[in-house]
Write a protein that binds this ligand. Structure first.
Ligand code: G4P
Length: 295
């Protein structure tokens, strides 16, 4: 029997939605030369669905490690190297800040240089590169598309040579972004993935046990950032996670009417501290700790 306090047991996914998302993805991927996959820099593996590797086979690829402003800078550098060692170009970005994507055109051209060269040899000089943005929910796909749209000349639909009924965003005259991002489903093969996605806020935490989530967060902080709990909260971090949460809740003075401490509110608050980058810029997953191999 599953433990009712285990956060992973309550994460439900709806096969109907999943099937629809997959069908859209299969349909749209045929229309593009390139796939830009967006992931969350705080959890670069849990926030990617490895199915993208087969879905985007034969396409030019780029990983945008978004929300890098919330993640640990040192870990961002390591993750870029991790993906590049697997042959996937990766750049850390903050899609809320257009500055971080200002060189995107040069990077896309570099990733697609083989195609550009092939077209050039055939005398085709003006064919734009068609791109689909893809990722799991909440990684920043819409934010990225909005940032691109602001810099784009116009939205173009039903153009000759471009599939009917699709909206494309023309970017710098050389690229066309499909305006509907590809929705990938999170992969929950490893139970930790669901928990990590809930901590970063990609899974609705109202359906989850917030205490169990915050214990996991505390455990990760202890391992990945020794000394941080002591430094930020002045709490002895050699204690077990439930004791640390209890201390935190007391220090925050979160008391129920009968005078008992309100652990639920403490758990919510420490998780919000993390999500709002009030503790520090934190990366939950480190490449050196990850046994999962990319294909
Ligand atoms: P999605 O389409 O992939 O589902 O994600 P979406 O763009 O809706 O982004 C999810 C949330 O993440 C949004 O916040 C968005 O503003 C925020 N976000 C996206 N990119 C970045 C980034 O690079 N850095 C930071 N710090 N945040 C980012 P929200 O709270 O849901 O909405 P709002 O605050 O924009 O109103």
């Amino acid at each position: 029997m599953q433990d009712k306090n285990s956060p992973e047991m309550n994460i439900h996914w709806y096969p109907g939605h999943m099937t629809k998302a997959k069908r859209m993805m299969d349909e749209n991927i045929k229309l593009v030369d390139m796939v830009i996959e967006i992931i969350d820099a705080r959890a670069p593996l849990s926030s990617r669905n490895p199915d993208i590797d087969s879905l985007a086979k034969n396409k030019y690829r780029l990983v945008l490690m978004n929300k890098s402003d919330m993640a640990d800078e040192k870990e961002n550098v390591k993750w870029v190297k991790y993906f590049e060692d697997k042959g996937i170009r990766c750049i850390p970005v903050n899609c809320r800040n257009a500055q971080t994507i200002k060189n995107l055109d040069k990077i896309i051209k570099d990733v697609c240089k083989e195609k550009i060269e092939r077209d050039r040899k055939r005398g085709i000089l003006k064919r734009s590169i068609k791109i689909m943005v893809a990722g799991i929910p909440n990684v920043g796909k819409s934010t990225f598309i909005n940032a691109i749209s602001k810099k784009s000349s116009a939205k173009t639909g039903n153009k000759p040579g471009v599939t009917k009924g699709k909206q494309w965003i023309s970017y710098k005259g050389e690229f066309e972004f499909l305006d509907t991002p590809g929705l990938l489903w999170p992969k929950f093969d490893d139970v930790n993935t669901g928990i990590i996605l809930a901590i970063i806020g990609s899974v609705n935490d109202e359906i989850l046990d917030i205490c169990a989530l915050s214990y996991k967060l505390i455990e990760i902080l202890k391992v990945n950032y020794p000394g941080l709990i002591k430094e930020k909260f002045d709490i002895d971090e050699s204690m077990e996670a439930p004791m640390i949460l209890e201390e935190y809740t007391k220090k925050r003075n979160l008391i129920k009417t009968k005078g008992e401490i309100d652990i639920q509110r403490g758990a919510k608050l420490i998780t919000d501290d993390f999500r709002n980058v009030r503790i520090a810029r934190i990366t939950l997953e480190k490449p050196e700790n990850e046994p999962i191999a990319l294909t």
